[in-house]
Structures are given as C-alpha cells and as structure tokens.
Design a protein around this ligand. Structure first.
Ligand code: 5GP
Ligand code: ZN
Length: 114
C-alpha cells in the first residue's frame, strides 16, 4: 500500500526506531509513547484492520505475539507485566489502518481501559 505510513516504515521510506524484525514482522517505538515502553509490532504485509485478517494469516498473527513476548523480555517488562493490545476501527480509536499490536509497559495499567 503506497499511502500507508506503516508500509513506508517497512520499506524504509520513513524512518522508524526499530527494535526487532524478522522475515514477517517489524517492531518500532511509537512516535507518541503512552508508557515508558510503547512499541508497535506490525506484520510486514499490509492488513488494514483485525476485521481483514484471513485464515491464512493465523501464523503471522501468532508471530506478532511471539515477537511481543521476546521484545518484552528485551525491554525488562516481561516479569512486572505489560499490555499487548490492538485497536479496531473508529470506536476503539484506530488511527493507522495497518494492524499493529501496541506493547505497553513500564508503569501500572488500569482496567477497564478508557
Ligand atoms: P492506533 O490509534 O491506530 O491504535 O495507533 C496508532 C499509533 O501509531 C499511535 O500510537 C501513534 O502515536 C503511532 N504513530 C502514528 N504515526 C507514526 C509514525 O509515523 N511513526 C511511529 N513510530 N508511530 C506512529
Ligand atoms: Zn500498510
């Protein structure tokens, strides 16, 4: 997708503070962090929303969570705890339409979310 900001980070057209990548997944620090650790984990393949995930993407989505777990250890938040969350569409506050797992940690989190 040529007009997708996260596809441009995948291609290197826009810089990203990359903390992890493999063949299928890329992770970089959020531009506007909401916690001491705030990392976005994305598939390199463009998928707009959770609603667009197909059965053949199941392994890819699993790899995003495996990356989250590995990055959480790297960042020192695995043991104290963290939140891994994806927003879907307007009411959840999705603003970038290339799915991304928010990995948030380094402070206590409240529940329910706002
Ligand atoms: P959403 O609201 O869609 O769940 O989350 C989008 C996230 O992407 C926001 O937390 C926002 O700060 C982040 N973001 C938007 N544009 C950029 C960018 O160009 N670079 C980085 N690193 N993060 C971005
Ligand atoms: Zn994209």
């Amino acid at each position: 997708m040529t007009d997708c900001i996260f596809c441009k980070i995948v291609s290197g057209d826009i810089p990203g503070d990359i903390v992890y990548q493999d063949e299928d997944v890329l992770a970089f620090r959020d531009l506007n962090p909401q916690a001491p650790t705030h990392i976005l984990i994305i598939p390199k393949k463009h998928i707009s929303t959770i609603n667009d995930i197909q059965p053949e993407d199941a392994e890819l989505i699993g790899k995003m969570y495996l990356a989250a777990s590995q990055i959480a250890k790297q960042e020192g938040i695995a043991e104290p705890g963290y939140r891994a969350v994806m927003n879907c569409n307007r009411e959840a506050g999705q603003t970038v339409f290339h799915i991304h797992l928010h990995l948030l940690g380094g402070r206590p989190m409240s529940w329910p979310p706002g």
